[in-house]
Ligand binder design. Structure first.
Ligand SMILES: C[S@@+](CC[C@H](N)C(=O)[O-])C[C@H]1O[C@@H](n2cnc3c(N)ncnc32)[C@H](O)[C@@H]1O
Length: 191
């Protein structure tokens, strides 16, 4: 699908509910590649993508060599989900709320998780929803998995107290200037 058509769908979704989408434009190829580059594909386990939007990060994950059967994609917006399913018919693309990712993932049989790759707009979510999502992400990665999350601001999108609660170490890996707006890629793992 042409990039401009995807942007059109994305902007339409943003106009329907700006806070739920969290960005005016889809992630750039540079940001998507920077996120995908953090996944160690040699390590076993599923890769879970949260908030796939129009699929820029999905595409980068596949380009990085991740086998389609290892990837589970979650997108809540019904129209964006339909777009994703049409674009990636060979992938497991679920229309679901990441706040319920534990039960959703149970049904997929994804027990060991290599990485959660999230484009979710954590900072524009109501606090209880954000904390529920952070709880699931921190629990699901276990001792060996990682969480990759981008953010536009200079600070960690996961607060210090949440990191402390779940014994996570967070590291800002990259600032992607080519994204609009520029975005930081953070990686969290159990410390
Ligand atoms: C910043 S956009 C993602 C951009 C995406 N990387 C792209 O290139 O199109 C955030 C996405 O997260 C989705 N989203 C927001 N809250 C969600 C939730 N609770 N569960 C699942 N998806 C959610 C939105 O519908 C939106 O598609």
């Amino acid at each position: 699908m042409m990039a401009s058509r995807k942007s059109h769908h994305f902007i339409a979704a943003w106009m329907r509910s700006p806070l739920k989408i969290g960005a005016f434009l889809p992630s750039s190829r540079s940001l998507a590649r920077a996120m995908a580059a953090e996944v160690d594909i040699e390590k076993p386990g599923a890769i879970i993508e949260l908030g796939a939007g129009t699929g820029a990060v999905t595409h980068a994950l596949l380009q990085a060599g991740i086998a389609p059967e290892r990837l589970v994609v979650i997108e809540r917006d019904e129209r964006l989900h339909a777009l994703m399913s049409a674009q990636f018919p060979h992938l497991n693309v679920l229309c679901a709320d990441a706040a319920h990712m534990d039960t959703v993932l149970d049904a997929t049989g994804a027990t060991q998780i290599n990485a959660i790759v999230s484009s979710l707009p954590l900072l524009s979510m109501p606090r209880p929803v954000r904390q529920a999502i952070e709880h699931h992400m921190a629990t699901l990665i276990g001792d060996d998995g990682i969480l990759i999350q981008f953010t536009y601001g200079p600070k960690s999108p996961i607060s210090r107290s949440q990191m402390h609660k779940y014994q996570l170490q967070g590291k800002r890996m990259k600032l992607v200037m080519a994204n609009v707006p520029p975005a930081h890629v953070w990686v969290y793992r159990r410390g």
